[in-house]
Design a binder for this molecule. Structure first.
Ligand SMILES: Cc1ncc(COP(=O)(O)O)c(C=O)c1O
Length: 386
């Protein structure tokens, strides 16, 4: 039996074969410690330099403004806690949104428990944050604004540039979690105007457990991990050379092929929507496709329970009820709740996300399977199914 059609690229991506090829030597012969002064340290050290340059090129910064981390979660922790602790004497107020990933929300919650004040902005019904609302809640003691670049569930792209401009005018640090936008839309730190930006490798065909944090030159952060002097003294621990090489290669591919990949992901996403709409005209798109990641389609199937639906399609199509990172949770997604999607629609929603490996055949097959499953899944009587 063929494996299910994979439509959960926002959850994670497979490794690109070119990424695997670049990593191979570091899995065997090039095992040296990049900090070693002897022969075995030379190639690993050069590999770190190359990868740092590749990630820097992707987001338009200097290589020394990049530190490698264990992924999006660590990058967010480092950025937010790092600013909170280093600017404690200037203020204790942080602004974020209600639709951030838990890797931001939970960091803010933990800071709140230790005396910081957090303002959480609600989005509009499409999941967009209003810049004027941010301006209204800025206080003299605000030290950080952290707003994600694109939402992982509904794909909404946020007005990060406008928010960052505001932050800059007031001398507030601006962080953005770009885990979902890298490789799908242009992400350039100067175009966004951010001071800090989080990157997660496994969302763009690099391995899991590797990421990066951009720290604008001149912005000082408290350390998250103490130890030896790796990463310019900003993040201790022997570097994960193998995966850093993979991240670098994935970054080079993402920047080279961005437009083509985005076009392909968008056309597969749009094809999925039109096929589903043809069979299931009652479906509702959550978010706004006008300002959405090109690969993300979040839909509600009125009256249909997502659990039984995904179980029915599970052998043939892999998709996610809400965010894949916390799909065990039975409660309505915090993102849809913040967007004030009515609970009966929020409960029956599914996120489909295409990737650069998604083919037209995948979409035609998946849409038929999904439509058949929706027709066969028990509906609430008022759902008006076709
Ligand atoms: C928006 C966003 N931020 C952060 C993360 C966490 O990244 P990682 O899995 O690399 O820790 C994710 C993962 O789903 C995400 O979607």
């Amino acid at each position: 039996m063929p494996p299910p059609v994979y439509l959960d690229y926002n959850g994670t991506t497979p490794l690109d074969s070119r990424v695997i090829a670049a990593m191979m030597p570091y899995l065997s012969v090039e095992f040296g410690n990049p900090s070693s002064a002897h022969w075995y340290g030379i190639k690993p050290k050069q590999a770190l330099i190359k990868a740092r340059g590749q990630v820097a090129d992707l987001i338009g910064c200097r290589p020394d403004e990049i530190i490698f981390t264990s992924g999006g979660t660590e990058s967010n922790n480092h950025a937010i806690k790092g600013i909170a602790l280093s600017r404690r004497d200037r203020g204790n107020h942080i602004i974020t949104s209600r639709i951030e990933h838990p890797a931001v929300l939970e960091v803010c919650r933990s800071l709140e428990n230790s005396g910081f004040q957090i303002t959480r902005i609600s989005p509009d019904r499409y999941g967009r944050i209003d810049v004027d609302e941010i301006e209204r809640v800025i206080r003299p003691e605000t030290i950080l604004i952290t707003i994600m670049h694109a939402n992982n569930e509904v794909g909404t792209i946020q007005p990060v540039f406008e928010i960052a401009r505001l932050a800059r005018k007031k001398g507030i640090a601006m962080h953005s979690d770009a885990a979902q936008s890298i490789g799908k839309i242009p992400v350039r730190v100067d175009d966004l105007g951010v001071d800090l930006l989080s990157i997660a490798g496994h969302k763009f065909y690099a391995p899991k457990g590797i990421g990066a944090l951009y720290i604008r030159s001149g912005v000082s952060l408290s350390r998250l991990i103490h130890g030896a002097g790796q990463e310019g003294g900003k993040r201790a621990g022997t570097e994960n050379v193998l995966e850093i090489v993979g991240l670098g290669e994935a970054a080079a591919i993402a920047s080279r092929d961005l437009e083509e990949n985005a076009r392909q992901m968008r056309s597969m996403r749009d094809l999925l929507l039109s096929c589903l709409r043809r069979r299931l005209p009652e479906i509702r798109v959550n978010g706004n496709l006008e300002c959405c990641l090109p690969n993300t389609l979040h839909v509600s199937f009125p009256g249909v329970e997502p659990g039984p639906l995904l179980e029915r399609i599970g052998l043939d199509v892999a998709a996610s009820p809400g965010a894949a990172c916390h799909s065990d949770s039975a409660s309505i997604s915090h993102v849809l709740a913040a967007m004030r999607i009515p609970p009966d629609l929020a409960r029956c929603s599914v996120r489909f996300s295409t990737g650069r490996m998604t083919t037209k055949e995948d979409i035609l097959k998946a849409s038929e399977i999904i439509a058949d499953a929706v027709m066969q899944t028990p509906h609430a009587p008022s759902a008006g199914r076709h």
